[in-house]
Ligand binder design. Structure first.
Ligand code: CAA
Length: 263
């Protein structure tokens, strides 16, 4: 792979978009490689992912403007679909994904971070949807996910004005969960991912599915989704071990990772 690196660190996988000369902008090749990387992850030994960008200046500076500049209407739609398909794969990936946003997260960069479960960023991070300044709409999910994350009013303001916001404002509006000095960002991301990986993996996956699927339907259907996924947990070794450790008051074991069990 030319533009994506993948590193396995225990139960945590780290995906780095590595095209620093173009501030990690997403061209078709980057999207294809990201797609392939996700397909190749071994879910039997990976419990959380971190997504970040190479270098200390940019997470992802958007979709590749050079590549988009000559697209026809049909090609534009196809390019949007290509990005959306990969981002949706990330969003529905069975395990949690943390975006460690280390600098510019503009256009497709903001959009890919929003396809992750959790966003944390460095103090120098800049978020924005500058597309209308380029004569296009956000095309990799920005018109949909930003409104769901920060509310329609704030999303419309950001998208219509194309104004970028700094890390502290992204934190204030709830776009990111936490802001760290740049040199602490990856350490914090790894710490969070390790914390997730220390919990019962099937339960964590079921939580992701329950939250994601439940948000797509009304509350009556949503609680049924929860009930089924809650019930499924009772077929796992993790539930039996986790609860008996608690009941046996084995403080040592109570907080320990229970072994991974495939369904
Ligand atoms: N596409 C292609 N190349 C890009 C790029 C992008 N989105 N962003 C940066 N680059 C390239 C630049 O062309 C430049 O390449 P050269 O050295 O070959 O000239 C290199 O990265 C470094 O960029 P700058 O010299 O511009 O760096 P800077 O520090 O002066 O500015 C920046 C940084 C403010 C992020 C600026 O690069 C910028 O505004 N980039 C574009 C951001 C943008 O508009 N993103 C949205 C794209 S549209 C989109 O994403 C659509 C969608 O929803 C699908």
């Amino acid at each position: 792979m030319e533009f994506i690196t993948y590193e396995q660190d225990g139960f945590v996988g780290v995906i780095t978009i590595n095209r620093p000369k173009a501030l990690n902008a997403l061209n078709s090749q980057v999207l294809d490689e990201l797609n392939e990387t996700l397909d190749s992850i071994n879910l039997d030994n990976t419990r959380a992912l971190i997504l970040t960008g190479a270098g200390d200046k940019s997470f992802v500076a958007g979709a590749d403007i050079g590549e988009m500049s000559t697209l026809t209407k049909a090609e534009g739609e196809a390019f949007g679909k290509k990005g959306n398909d990969v981002f949706r794969k990330l969003e529905t990936f069975p395990i949690p994904v943390i975006a460690a946003v280390n600098g510019f997260a503009l256009g497709g960069g903001c959009e890919i971070s929003m396809s992750c479960d959790i966003r944390i960023c460095s103090e120098n991070a800049i978020f924005g949807q500058p597309e209308v300044g380029l004569g296009i709409t956000p095309g990799f999910g920005g018109t949909q996910r930003l409104a769901r994350l920060v509310g329609a009013g704030m999303a419309k303001q950001m998208i219509y004005t194309a104004r970028n916001i700094k890390a502290d404002e992204a934190y204030r509006i709830g776009l990111v969960n936490a802001v760290y000095p740049a040199d602490e960002l990856m350490e914090q991301a790894r710490k969070m991912a390790a914390g997730i990986a220390a919990n019962a993996p099937i339960a964590v996956r079921n939580c992701k599915k329950a939250i994601n699927d439940g948000l797509q339907v009304d509350m009556d259907q949503a609680i049924v989704i929860e009930e089924k996924l809650f019930g499924d947990c009772f077929e796992t070794e993790d539930q039996k071990a986790g609860m008996s450790n608690f009941l046996e008051k084995d403080k040592e074991k109570k907080l320990k990772v229970v072994p991974f069990q495939n369904k």
